[in-house]
Design a binder for this molecule. Structure first.
Ligand SMILES: [Zn+2]
Ligand SMILES: [Zn+2]
Length: 757
C-alpha cells in the first residue's frame, strides 16, 4: 500500500534534538551504517533520470527473490521477551506490595465543573470517577489530567486531586491515543522481526516506530510485510492488552534492555545515575516510556500501517541505519474509512503528480531542491508575480532589487552568522567569506541606511521577489514544499511606532483581497512577548496593543492570542489558510522587528527636530502574503486539484477544427486569442474530434473552441467548458469572436474562480 505524504518526511530523526554526547556514543556502536537507505518512497523526486529509475526497479526485483513467505512470528521466540517480562513481573509485584501498604485515607477529587467527590487514596482512579459520571463518558475518554499532569485513567489518585478528561478529538487525547498505538506497532514489529526498537513517537498525523532489524539482520522492512504486521496488531487489539506501569531504577533498566543497544544508549545518556523512570507493558512488550497511555489496546478500533522509510539512529548518518514504520489509528472504524478516502483524494491532488502530468515543473539531481519551471509552470508563476506587482502599485509598495550574495560581515551584523550559518550556502570570494541570502531583510536594511532618512519618507514599503537559498538537508527536500531555492513575495515596511496599527490594517486588507481570489479562508493569531526578549518593555507593550487594536477592528472576537509565542525580536501575527480539503497552511507573515533596525543602526530624522540632529529608530515589519511562491503554487495545485481558474491557468483555450478544410480558420482564431493575451493552442492532429475533446479536458484547458464551416462563416466559435461537471457537461454555445473575447477578458480581469463565461 502506498500512501501520500501529508508532511515532508525527513530521512533522519531530526527534531529529536539529540544531545551531542549521545550521537558521539552511538558512532562507536555504529555497524552496518550503509545498509538500506533507499526504501523511503517519499525521497523520490518527481523526475529522475531514466537510468536511476531502472536501478531502483532492479533492486526491487532482487528483493522479490528472497521474498519467501516469512513466518508470522519470529522463530524461535527471541529470548528478550521472557527476560524482560521476568524482571517486569518481579518489579511489578514489589511495587504492588508497596502500594498495598500505603495509607488508604479519604481524599477529595475536584471535577472540571468544580464539583467535588470523595475517594480513597491509592484506590480510586480517574476511570472510576468517569464511570460514576456516565458510562458513555468513560468509554469515550482517552486520558485524564490529574493536578495538571497527564495521568493514566486506571492509575489511582494518591492525594487530594483535581481531574480533567480528554477524548480523541482533543490534541492531548490524540497524542496519547497515537502514542499508545505506537506501542502496539512496536509489539507487532518485535514479534515479527525480532527487531530492536528505538523510538516510537506520535506525530501530527499518526505515529511511527523506528527500529534496528535485530535478529532479522539480513532483512529490511518492506511493504509486503504490512499484512502480517497488521494481523499481529489485530490480535493485540483483540486481546485488550492492558497498559501496565512500573517504576524501574537505572540499573534495572540497563539489565531489562541489555539486548538492545539503542535503548541502552538512551538509558545511559538520558537517565541520571541513581534515578528511576517508568516502563510500560502491553502484552509481551515492555517498553521504556514515561507514558501515559490509553487503558488497554482494545480501545483502538482501527489501525493501519501506511508506509516505511529508512532513517539513522539519532538522525546522524554516521550511526546505524534504522527502519521506520508509519501508522495511523482511530477509536472508530468510520474515522479510518474517512481517513483513507482523504488520503486517496490527497494522492490525486498531489502537486508532484499534477506538476508532472501537466508538465509544470521538475527537479533534477544535478541541483536538488531547486525547481526547474517548465513553460506552463512558468506561466502560472508569472501570473502570480504580475498579480502581486499590480497590487503593489495600488497599495504603495515599491519594488527593489538587492544582491543575492553578501560578505559575511552583513550576516554578522544581522545575526544570521551566529544563529543561522548552517542553513546558508557559504562561498569564498577573494579570501573573504560570502553567503547566499536566506532572506531579503538585511539587504533592505542596507538600502534604508544608504542615506539620511526623514520622518516624511515613512512608511517606506520595500518589496522584492528576491531569489533565496537555504541549505536544507537533501533528505528533507520534498516537491515544491521543501526546497533550497525559492522566491517570496517579501516586503519590509519601515515605519514609526505610531504607524504600526495603520500599516497592519493595510496588511490585513491586502491578505483578504488576495486570499479571496483563491477561495482560501484564513484565521489570525497574535503571538506576544516571550520570556527572552530584546528591547524596551514599553515598546513591546505599545506594539502589542496596536496589533490587538488592528485585529479587533478587522476580525472582532475572531482571532486568537498565543501569549509568549512571539519571536525574541518582536510580536507577530500568524495567518493560517485553509484549503479545499480543509488542510491548514501558514503562508503569510506579519512580524514586527525591533532588532534589525538596531543592529543596522537605522534611524530617521524626527518631526520635532529643527536642527536636523534628532533621530529615532524605525520599526521594521516583515510581511509576506503568499510566502514562498513555490510552496504557494504547490498549495494552489492541490487546492484546485489541477483545475486552474481561468486567470491563472497555463492552458486557457484550445481550438479544435472539426475538418481539415477549416484548419486555416482554427489557426487564425488561435493567433487572434494569443495576441489578446490568452494562452491558446490549436489541435491540428489527425485524431477524431471525440478524442481531441477528451484530450483537451484531461489536459486541463478551461475552454474548448470547436470550429467548423458554420463557425467560420459566422466568425464565431462553438464554446465548450473544459472543466464542465456532470451537471454542466454537454452544454455548448456558438458565440461570435468579438463576444467571446469580451467575455474572456472580463473573466480574466475579475479573477473569478468559477470557470464560466
Ligand atoms: Zn508509551
Ligand atoms: Zn524579512
Amino acid at each position: 500500500m502506498s500512501a501520500p505524504e501529508p508532511h515532508p518526511v525527513e530521512s533522519s530523526a531530526s527534531g529529536q534534538n539529540p544531545a551531542q554526547e549521545m550521537v558521539d556514543g552511538v558512532k562507536q556502536l555504529a555497524i552496518n551504517a550503509q545498509q538500506n537507505k533507499d526504501t523511503n518512497p517519499a525521497s523520490a523526486n518527481d523526475a529522475k533520470p531514466k537510468g536511476q529509475k531502472k536501478e531502483k526497479k532492479e533492486k526491487k526485483a532482487k528483493g522479490g527473490d528472497d521474498s519467501v513467505k516469512q513466518p508470522l512470528e519470529f522463530t524461535p521466540t527471541p529470548d528478550f521477551f521472557a527476560h524482560r517480562l521476568a524482571l517486569f513481573d518481579r518489579l511489578k509485584k514489589e511495587q504492588d506490595d508497596e502500594r498495598a501498604k500505603q495509607d488508604r485515607k479519604e481524599i477529595t477529587i475536584t471535577l472540571p465543573d468544580g464539583k467535588e467527590k470523595k475517594g480513597t487514596a491509592f484506590e480510586t482512579s480517574p476511570m472510576e470517577v468517569a464511570r460514576e459520571i456516565s458510562k458513555s463518558l468513560s468509554e469515550r475518554i482517552v486520558i485524564s489530567k490529574v493536578n495538571g499532569d497527564l495521568w493514566d485513567l486506571e492509575r489511582p489518585f494518591e492525594k487530594d486531586s483535581s481531574v480533567e478528561f480528554f477524548d480523541f478529538e482533543s490534541p492531548e487525547g490524540k497524542r496519547v491515543f497515537w502514542h499508545s498505538s505506537a506501542h502496539v506497532l512496536g509489539e507487532a514489529a518485535e514479534r515479527h522481526y525480532g527487531c530492536h526498537l528505538c523510538i516510537g513517537p506520535p506525530t501530527e498525523d499518526g505515529f511511527f516506530y523506528e527500529m534496528g532489524m535485530g535478529l532479522s539482520q539480513d532483512r529490511s522492512v518492506r511493504p509486503e510485510d504490512f499484512t502480517q504486521l497488521e494481523n499481529l496488531i489485530k490480535s493485540a487489539i483483540k486481546d485488550k492488552q492492558k497498559f501496565e506501569r512500573v517504576i524501574v531504577s537505572k540499573e534495572n533498566l540497563l539489565e531489562m534492555f541489555k539486548y538492545n543497544k539503542y535503548k541502552q544508549h538512551i538509558i545511559s545518556s538520558k537517565i541520571p545515575d541513581g534515578t528511576s523512570t517508568t516502563v510500560y507493558r502491553c502484552g509481551p512488550m515492555v517498553d521504556l516510556c514515561v507514558g501515559p497511555h490509553i487503558p488497554h489496546t482494545g480501545r483502538i478500533k482501527a489501525m493501519s500501517i501506511l508506509k516505511n522509510s529508512a532513517s539513522y539512529f539519532l538522525g546522524d548518518q554516521n550511526n546505524d541505519s534504522l527502519q521506520r514504520l508509519y501508522g495511523i489509528s482511530f477509536p472508530d472504524t468510520k474515522q479510518m474509512t474517512e481517513y483513507k478516502q482523504f488520503l486517496l483524494e490527497a494522492a490525486k491532488r498531489d502537486h508532484r503528480k499534477i506538476g508532472k502530468d501537466q508538465e509544470l515543473f521538475f527537479f533534477h539531481e544535478m541541483s536538488p531542491g531547486s525547481c526547474f519551471w517548465l513553460p506552463h509552470g512558468t506561466r502560472i508563476y508569472n501570473t502570480l508575480l504580475d498579480y502581486m506587482k499590480s497590487e503593489y502599485r495600488k497599495r504603495g509598495f515599491t519594488e527593489v532589487i538587492s544582491p543575492n550574495m553578501y560578505n559575511s560581515k552583513v550576516w554578522e551584523t544581522s545575526g544570521h552568522w551566529q544563529n543561522y550559518k548552517d542553513d546558508m550556502f557559504v562561498l569564498p570570494v577573494e579570501k573573504e567569506q560570502f553567503a547566499l541570502k536566506p532572506m531579503n531583510c538585511p539587504g533592505h536594511c542596507l538600502m534604508f541606511g544608504s542615506r539620511d532618512r526623514s520622518y516624511k519618507e515613512l512608511p517606506m514599503r520595500y518589496a522584492e521577489f528576491g531569489v533565496i537559498h537555504r541549505n536544507e538537508a537533501s533528505g528533507a527536500l520534498s516537491g515544491l514544499t521543501r526546497v533550497r531555492r525559492f522566491v517570496q513575495d517579501d516586503a519590509h515596511i519601515f515605519c514609526m511606532s505610531s504607524q504600526i496599527e495603520h500599516e497592519v490594517k493595510l496588511c490585513f486588507d491586502f491578505l483578504q483581497a488576495v486570499y479571496g481570489k483563491f477561495g482560501f479562508t484564513f484565521k489570525l493569531e497574535l503571538s506576544t512577548r516571550p520570556e527572552k526578549y530584546i528591547g524596551d518593555i514599553q515598546v513591546w507593550n505599545d506594539a502589542e496593543k496596536r496589533l490587538e487594536n488592528a485585529l479587533n477592528e478587522f476580525v472582532p472576537g475572531k482571532w486568537e492570542m498565543n501569549p509568549g509565542d512571539g519571536a525574541f525580536y518582536g510580536p507577530k501575527i500568524d495567518i493560517t489558510i485553509s484549503d479545499a480539503m480543509r488542510r491548514e497552511f501558514q503562508c503569510a507573515t506579519i512580524q514586527l522587528d525591533f532588532n534589525l533596525p538596531n543592529r543596522f543602526n537605522l534611524k530617521f530624522r524626527t518631526s520635532t527636530d529643527a536642527e536636523g540632529t534628532e533621530f529615532e529608530r524605525p520599526v521594521m515589519i516583515h510581511r509576506a502574503v503568499l510566502g514562498s511562491l513555490e510552496r504557494f503554487i504547490a498549495i494552489c495545485t492541490e487546492h484546485f486539484a489541477g483545475k486552474w481558474p481561468f486567470w491563472m491557468s497555463p492552458r486557457q483555450i484550445v481550438v479544435i477544427p472539426v475538418t481539415q478544410s477549416v484548419y486555416g480558420y482554427a489557426e487564425e482564431v488561435q493567433r487572434m486569442f494569443n495576441a489578446q493575451g490568452f494562452f491558446t493552442d490549436a489541435d491540428l492532429t489527425s485524431e477524431t474530434l471525440k478524442k481531441k475533446v477528451l484530450r483537451a479536458e484531461t489536459g486541463g484547458y478551461n475552454f474548448i473552441f470547436i470550429v467548423g464551416h458554420e463557425e467560420q462563416e459566422k466568425r464565431a466559435v462553438n464554446v465548450r467548458n473544459g472543466h464542465a461537471t456532470s451537471a454542466t457537461k454537454g452544454r455548448e454555445e456558438v458565440i461570435s469572436l468579438d463576444d467571446v473575447s469580451r467575455r474572456l477578458q472580463n473573466l480574466k480581469e475579475t479573477k473569478k474562480i468559477e470557470n464560466e463565461l
